[in-house]
Design a protein around this ligand. Structure first.
Ligand code: NAD
Length: 353
């Protein structure tokens, strides 16, 4: 992803996005008021199957304002799936989209809005953070393209921690570490500013502190609220800074081998932190201030506790596939505090494998 042109060694540009954000237990019951406020009368409700209970409830509350429902969002927003949703948009004269679910549902909401200009309400049920970013990644026949435009960010976001209680332990862990990755990369980003440093530090503190509690007691609403707040802050970090080596590796590996988004981020993060932090002293200092112990060890311990895949090989990545990833990343690296070279990157990937 390219840097805003006005960033130099001395001058950094930070852009904030306007959004109306509702947060708190029961916030989901205010979605209809928000739809009314934006003047929409014919809503497309997009929901992942895992969010079907929340979507059913919302459908009832929307009543006559519900024009159509689409239950088939797919990870990485394939354009063929968006085309199916667009048929409903046209056939039912949709004038707003409400997305309930993880990053896949929110991504489809963004894709529909990008094609029609209709306003979006995002109701996230994971910690991916897409609801507050101006970024949309879409895949067409396996090729992923990502664009960044302030108009892509949902104008209304509704955070209700009760919608995250049903997340299984594995998704809770990996999705929260995906959020930690957004915050960690913001700390060493070339366009980090006071605001993103503060957001990132607070995000990491909430996420790493509340995660063990939520894993121990999934229904602990206080822990869930803190994780969701951390995810919001981390999403703002992703929105406000340029991604580095961690996200580049996740994109390259995920796109090449079609890997699950949050699990991949979760297993890579400690390896990239170990690789980069000696070259990013102020990020290291901030992380040390908000974590009990060595930040790399804390993240590695959490990631290692996942009862799903914890190594690239467990995700099905062939060892002989690593060299191609190294070659692509070294050819065109995202900005990173540690210069990206083939030898050290190969070592990092092999350790993660
Ligand atoms: P996801 O939305 O694909 O959800 C993962 C799985 O968890 C799905 O099976 C889903 O049905 C289920 N799920 C979601 N919420 C649940 C809940 N509360 N309880 C139980 N199950 C639940 O995964 P994700 O990690 O949230 O999002 C990944 C997608 O989002 C990818 O396409 C990624 O590229 C995109 N993303 C985009 C941005 C951005 O800024 N554009 C940021 C982060 C992620």
């Amino acid at each position: 992803m390219s840097l805003p042109t006005a960033v130099t060694d001395d001058v950094r540009v930070h852009r904030s996005l306007a959004a109306r954000v509702l947060t708190g237990v029961g916030a989901r019951h205010h979605v209809v008021d928000e739809v009314t406020r934006i003047g929409a009368e014919r809503v497309l409700l997009v929901a992942t199957r895992s969010a079907s209970a929340a979507a059913d409830e919302l459908a009832t509350e929307l009543g006559g304002r519900l024009a159509a429902r689409f239950d088939g969002p797919v990870v990485h927003t394939p354009v063929s799936v968006t085309a199916e949703a667009m048929e409903l948009v046209a056939a039912r004269s949709v004038d707003a989209v409400v997305a309930v679910g993880g990053g896949s549902a929110v991504g489809l909401g963004k894709a529909v809005s990008a094609r029609t200009g209709v306003p979006q309400v995002a109701v996230p049920t994971t910690y991916a953070g897409s609801e507050v970013t101006p970024v949309l990644g879409e895949t067409d026949e396996g090729v992923k393209t990502t664009r960044r435009d302030p108009a892509l960010a949902p104008g209304t976001v509704v955070y209700d921690p009760e919608l995250t209680i049903a997340m299984p332990a594995g998704l809770t862990l990996t999705s929260a570490l995906n959020a930690v990755a957004h915050a960690v990369e913001a700390l060493w980003a070339p366009d980090a500013v006071a605001v993103t440093d503060a957001l990132a530090t607070e995000a990491v503190g909430h996420l790493l502190d509340a995660l063990p509690d939520a894993l121990e007691a999934p229904g602990d609403i206080h822990a869930r609220s803190r994780l969701q707040s951390g995810a919001w802050l981390a999403g703002l970090c992703l929105a406000g800074t340029t991604m580095g080596l961690h996200h580049q590796l996740a994109h390259a590996l995920g796109g090449t081998f079609d890997l699950p988004h949050a699990e991949l981020h979760a297993l890579l993060l400690a390896h990239v932190m170990e690789h980069n932090l000696p070259h990013a002293p102020s990020a290291a200092e901030r992380l040390a201030s908000c974590v009990d112990g060595d930040p790399v060890a804390v993240v590695a311990r959490l990631a290692g506790s996942h009862d799903g895949p914890t190594r690239l090989r467990d995700l099905g990545v062939p060892r002989e596939g690593l060299a191609g990833i190294v070659e692509r990343v070294v050819a065109s690296p995202y900005p990173n505090p540690r210069p990206v070279d083939a030898a050290s990157l190969g070592e990092l990937l092999y350790r993660a494998w």
